[in-house]
Design a protein around this ligand. Structure first.
Ligand SMILES: N[C@@H](CCC(=O)N[C@@H](CS)C(=O)NCC(=O)O)C(=O)O
Length: 214
């Protein structure tokens, strides 16, 4: 399998975590968003939407991280990233969707570039934008996590699920945008618990081959 991705991309980070949790080896194919490599013809031939990640296996090309992760879950069911019963699956998917549908898309590179280049926002305004939408999502996530008294160290139950696969990259991004995480003790504790697992450590942006050397 080839994973077209970028070290700092949250959606790429999701895929790396999911692949690692399932113990699937993959070839890392870097696509540099800083130089807008993803907008060139070569990458558009892989994904006409010009977004990472894309996962390629033989003749099969998969795009859209939710679709790719669901495919991985169906194709490699163990260890499961979704709980056994429908109500629990709905909860885990809802936690993931807060990040995947309501936080990440409006803080994406192309949205921030539009704020800068088309609307003329300065960096302070861009950071305020990111802070607004990340905190709105994290407020809800923190409340939901705090209310779940049967929860272990992760977002749901006692093992990482799809919800952690989505949350951890978003915490990384929140730190990059200087969001104050003090109001989110449950989120911070989950980030710490995941950070102790090899699958999450190996997926971290800083240790990817295209990350700047320290
Ligand atoms: N819904 C897509 C979103 C993918 C996406 O937004 N990827 C970002 C990186 S995290 C990207 O390629 N951005 C390029 C750009 O904004 O120009 C998914 O989940 O795969």
């Amino acid at each position: 399998m080839k994973l077209y991705n970028f070290f700092r991309s949250g959606t790429s980070h999701r895929l790396r975590i999911a692949l690692n949790l399932k113990g699937i080896d993959y070839e890392y194919v870097p696509v540099d968003l800083r130089t807008e490599e993803h907008l060139g013809a070569a990458f558009k031939a892989v994904n006409p939407q010009a977004l990472v990640p894309a996962l390629v296996e033989g003749d099969l090309t998969l795009i859209q991280s939710p679709a790719i992760i669901e495919w991985l879950e169906e194709r490699y069911p163990t260890p499961a990233l979704l709980p056994a019963n429908a109500e629990d699956r709905a909860r885990v998917r809802a936690l993931a969707a807060i990040v995947g549908c309501d936080i990440h898309p409006i803080n994406n590179r192309r949205v921030l570039e539009y704020l800068r280049k088309t609307l003329g926002c300065d960096e302070a305004a861009v950071l305020a934008w990111c802070d607004t939408w990340i905190t709105a999502g994290f407020d809800a996530l923190e409340a939901l996590l705090a209310a779940d008294t049967s929860r272990g160290p992760f977002c749901f139950g006692n093992a990482p699920t799809l919800a952690d696969v989505y949350l951890i990259p978003q915490v990384e991004s929140a730190r990059r945008f200087n969001v104050d995480l003090t109001p989110y003790p449950n989120i911070v504790a989950i980030d710490r618990a995941c950070g102790e697992l090899d699958a999450f450590r190996r997926a971290a942006p800083a240790v990817q081959p295209d990350a700047p050397k320290a």
